[in-house]
Design a protein around this ligand. Structure first.
Ligand SMILES: Cc1cc2nc3c(=O)[nH]c(=O)nc-3n(C[C@H](O)[C@H](O)[C@H](O)COP(=O)(O)OP(=O)(O)OC[C@H]3O[C@@H](n4cnc5c(N)ncnc54)[C@H](O)[C@@H]3O)c2cc1C
Length: 256
């Protein structure tokens, strides 16, 4: 890790560099993500240091915990990846690590994956999410052509979490300050906001129950499935391990 910047009280930006970052293969998607690898804290084992040590440790069955993070930006010339972490408290592994990480620390990452980039010729873009989706939404806004039109709904829990979010003039950014327990807040904003029905492209990601509610609105609005990128990025009360495992069960499915 080469630098850290506190973007807001709840969001910290870490820039990763070094040998591993030089090997990163950009897939060109605005929601590209990596899996950060941490040593399972309950194992009592030390984290490997450096790419080769991680490779050897993984093939030897090292107790690893994976956490998924959007690559907010990749600078190929400098071989640096930028990741914005929601620091959500003491629970968990990745967020508490990011909250206290300092330059020089080593973290392992594998990837990238991803599935979305805004279509330059879409008539209207709808982007909705919480702070975990902010990095992907910000990257999408940067990738849009200057004449793009659209609407962004960003759910936050405190006005202090608002950060500068440059967007083309035809794309409105709305910040929604909502109670964390109100799983219908984002969907309500999407439903009552301005709407364009011709050739829209949707990106909606964030807390699972909140995103399920957004999915219901999109279904009512008859947005074609292939125009939608939608998923839960996390679930309240679940670690990522539990959350990912539940994707195979009814509770974990966004399309209920
Ligand atoms: C494709 C993808 C991209 C993502 N990109 C980002 C990103 O760029 N930045 C980012 O911050 N997150 C991102 N996430 C979400 C992140 O992976 C989860 O928030 C993850 O659970 C964090 O791990 P942890 O070790 O901090 O907490 P965990 O050990 O997974 O969970 C511990 C506890 O914290 C709660 N918790 C987890 N995340 C949050 C949160 N955001 N707010 C409040 N409580 C929470 C859980 O419900 C659980 O109770 C992304 C997820 C996916 C699937």
């Amino acid at each position: 890790m080469v630098s850290r910047v506190q973007l807001s009280p709840g969001l910290v930006r870490l820039t990763l560099g070094g040998e591993g970052a030089r090997q990163f293969q950009d897939n060109g998607l605005t929601d590209k993500y990596v899996k950060l690898l941490f040593t399972d804290p309950s194992s009592g084992q030390e984290a490997p240091r450096g790419v080769e040590h991680w490779r050897a440790a993984l093939s030897a069955g090292h107790p690893v915990v994976r956490r998924t993070y959007t690559v907010r930006a990749y600078d190929a010339a400098r071989a640096e990846l930028t990741i914005d972490f929601v620091v959500h408290g003491d629970a968990g592994i990745a967020a508490p690590w990011a909250a206290h990480a300092s330059p020089g620390e080593v973290v392992a990452a594998v990837g990238p994956g991803g599935g979305y980039a805004p279509r330059p010729d879409a008539v209207w873009h709808l982007l909705a999410g919480d702070l975990t989706a902010l990095p992907a939404i910000a990257a999408a806004l940067e990738a849009l052509p200057g004449e793009a039109r659209g609407l962004v709904h960003l759910e936050i829990h405190d006005l202090a979490e608002k950060i500068a979010l440059p967007a083309p003039p035809g794309v409105e950014v709305r910040w929604l300050v909502a109670d964390p327990q109100d799983v219908g807040a984002l969907a309500g904003a999407v439903d009552s906001g301005p709407w364009e029905s011709r050739d829209i492209q949707v990106f909606a990601h964030g807390e699972r129950e909140s995103i399920k509610a957004v999915r219901r609105v999109l279904r009512q609005r008859e947005v074609p499935r292939d125009a939608i990128s939608i998923s839960g990025y996390w679930a309240r009360g679940r670690t990522e391990d539990a959350f990912q495992a539940e994707k195979r069960e009814p509770i974990g499915k966004i399309d209920d």
